[in-house]
Design a protein around this ligand. Structure first.
Ligand code: ZN
Length: 298
């Protein structure tokens, strides 16, 4: 079997580590592989002090150890779960598709653990020596964990209006996030998966994280929250009305749709290259084609 780089997915040739040395240097220069590789989730937890910390309330996510001069851990690893084996391949694929679509995502790659392939993510809220402010929409709206799937995407508009330093730009990015969720069947984009992050002392919409798809999630509905009063049977007109309600000029939605729907070949290639089963590859391709058709006409 040809070994592939866990970052770029290309053949690994003679590299000894699970990444090309160039990929490591360019993207994960501060990752201390030798301390972290090939642990199981329970090892990682039991070795907490040396190897990082579990994130409270986030099953199977562990932060990676601190460098000597780093007060905050820079990486998260999502460990694979044998009860949910499709999560890592799907999340990796959706991050790939999102970045092809011009949506901001954290730096990501696979990560070898003794439980199987995990997902490596650079933390959004830890940059160099600073800990950045990071607040999800549920907290900003004063809603608890239990209410994260209640409400509407219009509530997100209020958050951006009130707290974003660049509400116009963030509203366009927010709309592209919702279009991407609809296109890829992400019906789990709730209020705790949308956040604002501190950027140069001002708050902006945080990069996308926690991506999922109905192909594997089993949740009902097309979207997790209502958009234009609907969770199902969404049409292009719903997004047009929503864009107008966000106060975006009429050119924004077509521009976002062009960018999103113009990636068909690259999407198919990324799906073919993904670690999903052949059956799930077919399912997500079919879903994306159906949704693209809906977004292409009224
Ligand atoms: Zn590589």
């Amino acid at each position: 079997m040809i070994k592939r780089c866990l970052y770029c997915q290309q053949d690994l040739n003679d590299d000894i580590l699970p990444y090309h040395s160039d990929c490591l240097r360019a993207h994960f220069a501060d990752l201390r592989l030798k301390d972290t590789a090939e642990l199981t989730y329970s090892d990682a937890l039991s070795n907490d002090a040396r190897n990082g910390k579990a994130i409270p309330g986030e099953e199977r996510i562990v932060t990676l150890p601190l460098g000597r001069n780093r007060p905050y851990p820079n990486y998260l690893v999502i460990y694979p779960d044998k009860n949910d084996p499709k999560r890592i391949p799907m999340e990796h694929l959706l991050l790939t598709l999102a970045s092809l679509s011009g949506i901001k995502v954290p730096l990501f790659g696979f990560f070898q653990t003794n439980d199987g392939l995990g997902l490596l993510l650079r933390r959004l809220d830890e940059v160099k020596r600073d800990k950045l402010g990071f607040e999800d929409f549920a907290a900003l709206l004063g809603r608890g964990e239990a209410a994260k799937r209640e409400g509407s995407y219009e509530d997100g508009k209020a958050v951006l209006q009130q707290y974003s330093a660049y509400p116009g730009l963030d509203k366009a990015e927010y709309l592209s996030r919702l279009l991407f969720a609809f296109l890829t069947g992400d019906n789990d984009l709730h209020l705790k998966k949308l956040a604002l992050i501190e950027a140069k002392t001002a708050y902006r919409l945080a990069p996308a994280y926690g991506l999922s798809s109905s192909v594997i999630s089993g949740y009902p509905h097309q979207l997790a929250l209502t958009l234009n009063g609907k969770k199902d049977d969404l049409r292009l007109t719903d997004f047009e009305q929503f864009a107008a309600r966000l106060g975006l000029t009429p050119v924004v939605l077509p521009r976002l749709l062009n960018r999103l729907l113009g990636q068909e070949k690259q999407f198919d290639q990324a799906i073919d290259d993904s670690l999903l089963s052949e059956e799930d590859k077919d399912k997500i391709k079919r879903l994306i084609k159906e949704r693209a058709t809906i977004l292409s006409k009224n």
